[in-house]
Design a protein around this ligand. Structure first.
Ligand code: SF4
Length: 348
């Protein structure tokens, strides 16, 4: 790692860090406020900070790594208001972030790790392995960059892009605190969804953080053997322990847990599988998102047929389980998470 990469990016300086810097260089306190405002405006270089003196900008150039991230590629969907970004980080790694405009607001699905260790057999991100964790500042910069580029405030964040957010626990928590800080960027915790493949100890830890985000657990099967086949991490955490951790999360936060269930043809989409899921979740304050799988090159699983999906939904509803079908956005722009990044890396 070179000298430049050892320094923190601008977005990794939170209020407390900037106070330390202000004391080190004897700046007046209002400088800290100015710098946080520039973070919220998503500046990518000190030259954009028009109310900061040239001497101070030179110092910031020396103290920090610039830019936090650069736009490497953007794909705009022609069928819905969805844009998929590839960002290049300061060390050359590429990440993927998706911007979605809904009638309720502007949502960003962001990446928490470069690659992923969890190895889910259907996932484009898993196929390229794991490189490193993102910092809280790199997570924040994805949001500010998109807000700045699209000239629209981001109202919702979904930690459901590349990586397992709870495997990067400390930086993810730091990022969430940054989002609700009174200094700089603010976003309601109720507008944030954090997805996990089911890391039981971290779910319990998160429940105790007093950060009432919506927890989305990728379950994909109520049968332990099937889940083991789809997701290697399943062997570490039995389904009953995951459901118990989700119940604990609800008891601590009052937030209804969402179970994500991706449907694969004849693997987990048959009436028997729906009955198993209904039995597991019956009577619990949960929501189930049924997600027709996106087919990924190199994966052995294929997407469920429409009839099977509708029948699955009906069985859940007959059992009084709240459930909806969620179609992936950006079907015309490599819809599966990590697919655009994978294509781009393989083509270079
Ligand atoms: S589905 Fe999520 S947890 Fe599983 S390998 Fe992909 S990014 Fe990681």
């Amino acid at each position: 790692m070179n000298e430049q990469n050892k320094r923190k990016i601008f977005y990794d300086y939170d209020y407390a860090d900037l106070i330390v810097l202000a004391e080190k260089y004897n700046w007046p306190k209002f400088r800290v406020k100015q710098l946080l405002e520039w973070q919220a405006k998503s500046v990518q270089s000190t030259s954009e900070m028009t109310n900061i003196s040239k001497d101070l900008r030179t110092l910031l150039d020396l103290e920090m790594t610039w830019p936090a991230l650069k736009i490497f590629k953007v794909e705009h969907s022609k069928i819905e208001p969805v844009n998929k970004y590839l960002f290049q980080l300061h060390d050359g790694n590429i990440i993927e972030t998706v911007s979605m405009h809904y009638n309720y607001g502007h949502s960003v699905c962001l990446t928490t790790q470069v690659g992923c260790k969890m190895g889910c057999s259907f996932c484009a991100s898993a196929m390229l392995g794991f490189q490193r964790n993102l910092t809280a500042g790199e997570m924040l910069a994805q949001i500010t960059m998109i807000a700045h580029t699209e000239k629209m405030h981001v109202s919702h964040a979904v930690l459901m892009g590349i990586g397992e957010a709870l495997d990067n626990y400390d930086q993810t928590i730091k990022f969430l605190h940054r989002l609700r800080s009174e200094h700089g960027f603010t976003l309601s915790m109720r507008n944030i969804t954090l997805s996990t493949c089911g890391l039981v100890p971290e779910i319990k830890k998160l429940a105790n953080e007093k950060l009432p985000v919506t927890l989305a657990i990728s379950l994909h099967s109520a049968d332990q053997n099937t889940r083991n086949t789809l997701m290697p991490i399943a062997k570490h955490y039995p389904i009953e322990e995951i459901v118990a951790a989700a119940d604990y999360y609800f008891s601590k936060t009052g937030r209804r847990v969402t179970y994500e269930y991706t449907l694969f043809d004849k693997i987990n989409d048959q009436p028997l599988h729906a009955e198993q899921l209904a039995k597991l979740l019956r009577g619990k304050p949960v929501h189930v998102n049924l997600i027709p799988a996106n087919e990924v090159d190199g994966s052995k699983w294929s997407s469920s047929k429409k009839g099977a999906i509708e029948k699955f939904l009906q069985i859940l509803r007959n059992n009084e389980i709240n459930a909806t079908i969620r179609y992936s956005v950006g079907q015309d722009i490599t819809a599966a998470c990590g697919q655009l990044r994978r294509q781009s890396i393989q083509n270079n």
